[in-house]
Write a protein of this length. Structure first.
Length: 255
C-alpha cells in the first residue's frame, strides 16, 4: 500500500490511521541546514507511556518528551513511514530497560549530517498466532492475489480478488472506527476495532455501508467490493495487533 494519511474524529477510540511520512522529509531538510548540531541524547521515562491523539506525529511526541525520534521508533517497533494511530499507546523507554541507542554524533567533514537509517519495520512473528479473542471469518470469498510479508510496507495485508459490488463483510464483531477515503492508497476504507488490541481494515471498496461508531457483527455487510485506489476489483484486508500488521492468514479459517 502507499503511505497512509488521515485523521480521526474520535480522540478516545483507537483506530484511525494517520501518517507521519512528512516527518522524514522535515528531518532531512533540517539536517541539511545544520553544520555543527549534534543528535539529541534521549532521556527515557521508565514506566511512562503516551497515548497517541488526533494530529500527533512520532516526531512531535519525541520532541515533547526529550527523546530522539529514532529511539522512540525503535522502542515501539516502528519503521518508516512511522505510522501511528489515535489511541495507540507508545512506550517512552526501551522495553529491555537497557542503554539508550542514541548518542551524540560529530558533524561530518562536509558540514552536513547524513540522515539516520530507518528503524526496521516490526510486526508480530508470523510463525506463532497470537490469542486475539476474535472469532475471525473471511470478509469476502475469492482467490488470493497477494500475501502478507512481514516487514514489507507494501504487503501489510492480503489482497483478495472479487467482482465489483460483492458484499464485503466484517471479519469479526466490533465497532467501526474509520469509514472514509482520506488514507491515500486504500481507496474507500473501513476499519473495525474488535477489542483493545485488534483492528481489521478493508480497503478499495466501491461503497462504504457503515458509519463511524456503528456496532457490527461478524458476517454483517459493511461495504461493496471495488477498485478505488487499486488497478483491479479486489479487497485489501489487514489485521493489526496493537497497531502493527500481522498475517491475516494466521487468523482466518483455513480454506
Amino acid at each position: 500500500m502507499m503511505t497512509p494519511e488521515g485523521n480521526t474524529l474520535f480522540r478516545t477510540v483507537a483506530a484511525r490511521l494517520i501518517v507521519a511520512a512528512a516527518v522524514a522529509t522535515t528531518l532531512a531538510a533540517c539536517s541539511s541546514a545544520v553544520t555543527r548540531e549534534t543528535s539529541p541524547v534521549s532521556t527515557p521515562k521508565y514506566g511512562a507511556t503516551r497515548v497517541v491523539q488526533r494530529g500527533d506525529t512520532l516526531y512531535r511526541i519525541a520532541v515533547e518528551n526529550g527523546i530522539a525520534m529514532r529511539d522512540l521508533a525503535a522502542w515501539n517497533g516502528l519503521g518508516a513511514p512511522y505510522t501511528i494511530y489515535p489511541g495507540q499507546q507508545l512506550l517512552l523507554y526501551p522495553r529491555s530497560g537497557g542503554a539508550v541507542a542514541t548518542t551524540p554524533r560529530a558533524p561530518s567533514s562536509g558540514g552536513t549530517r547524513a540522515p539516520a537509517a530507518s528503524a526496521p519495520v516490526a510486526s508480530a512473528p508470523s510463525a506463532a498466532p497470537l490469542a486475539s479473542g476474535v472469532a475471525w471469518r473471511w470478509p469476502v470469498d475469492g482467490a488470493l492475489l497477494s500475501r502478507f510479508v512481514a516487514g514489507e510496507p507494501t504487503k501489510q495485508g492480503i489482497d483478495i480478488a472479487g467482482t465489483a459490488g460483492t458484499a464485503v463483510k466484517a471479519a469479526g464483531d466490533g465497532t467501526v472506527v474509520y469509514s472514509g477515503s482520506g488514507l491515500v492508497g486504500y481507496g474507500e476504507l473501513v476499519i473495525i476495532k474488535h477489542n483493545e488490541q485488534w483492528l481489521s481494515a478493508y480497503g478499495h471498496n466501491r461503497n462504504r455501508l457503515v458509519e463511524e461508531g456503528a456496532r457490527v457483527k461478524a458476517g454483517q455487510q459493511i461495504a461493496e467490493l471495488g477498485r478505488t485506489g487499486a488497478s483491479r476489483d479486489m479487497l485489501h484486508f489487514e489485521v493489526r495487533y496493537n497497531g502493527k500488521p500481522v498475517d491475516p492468514l494466521l487468523y482466518l479459517p483455513k480454506k
